[in-house]
Design a protein around this ligand. Sequence first.
Ligand code: ATP
Ligand code: MG
Length: 332
Amino acid sequence: RPRVFSGIQPTADSFHLGNYLGAVRHWVALQDTHDAFYCVVDLHAITAGHDPALLRQRTRVAAAQLFAVGLDPERSTLFVQSQVPEHPQLAWVLGCITGFGEASRMTQFKDKSQKQGNERASVGLFTYPVLQAADILLYQANAVPVGEDQRQHLELSRDLAQRFNSLFGATFTVPAPHIVKDTAKITDLQDPTAKMSKSSSSPAGIIDLLDDPARSAKKIRSAVTDTGREIVFDAETKPGVSNLLTIYSALSGRGIDDLVAAFAGRGYGDLKKELAEVVTEFVRPIQERTRTYLDDPAQLDKLLAAGAEKARSVAGATLRSAYERVGFFPPV
Ligand code: ATP
Ligand code: MG
């Protein structure tokens, strides 16, 4: 079976609808057809400053949510990145074949470091995409389900795999992005030209899976919509309404055309009201299941430890062959 790998940062108290629709729902779908490895990337989550107790808590909540939306520990391997030391070990090697200029061109680094100020931005934030490449290459992943914002990082992962292979001999599978266009960029409710983001959206711009549905309904009601009054899909001229339609369609399974027809002659208020109901229905069972996992943290940690063990058996083999090719001594 082909392999998939993907990761998500525990940088917030909940995942938002962008994370779910752009990435995580594909993780769930792919576990039926692929050998699937998924990771809560806590090493990535310390690149922009963090609180230790909060990080540990968010890592658990992240894992609980992933199980709650349908990841099945029998069919896929879910683990916490810091429990698999091969990730930073391979990242060092890949960092040594990454150009400084090449890394400097990563737009996520440029955006995030600009927000933090150049003096405050960490070296970890700079090498983030190198660690991400290590994450993916350790599992010899064929495909990586992510949102559109990760396309450039995946291109770097591919380049590094090819470069290593040509320098030292065939070692890594070259991974392909798995980006499903319809929902690859869910936008901020308050700024429908920017992506919905854990770290840079304002709370009003994000719909969290674990938010109180009444609060989400309020955010949807206050979402920025566009001039005019017609409900039509046009991401260029009507980014706000189009984003709401995208979310509605993805959560309900109804086609965009079907929705546009159903809302003909009706106003933005109606769309927002119905969408709030759809979101409420969607998040309710997820929230319940998340709570159930969090009620038994010892059991949750055990599932994750088992995941890490499975992950290490694959990652360890890849790292050993990479180290050998690079010319390092055998492990003792
Ligand atoms: P941060 O702002 O801290 O980077 P994030 O919201 O971008 O957080 P990540 O953990 O970095 O979340 O990304 C997890 C996955 O969610 C990635 O595959 C990413 O491409 C996807 N993703 C994030 N935001 C969106 C979005 N608005 N639309 C679609 N996919 C998204
Ligand atoms: Mg991100």
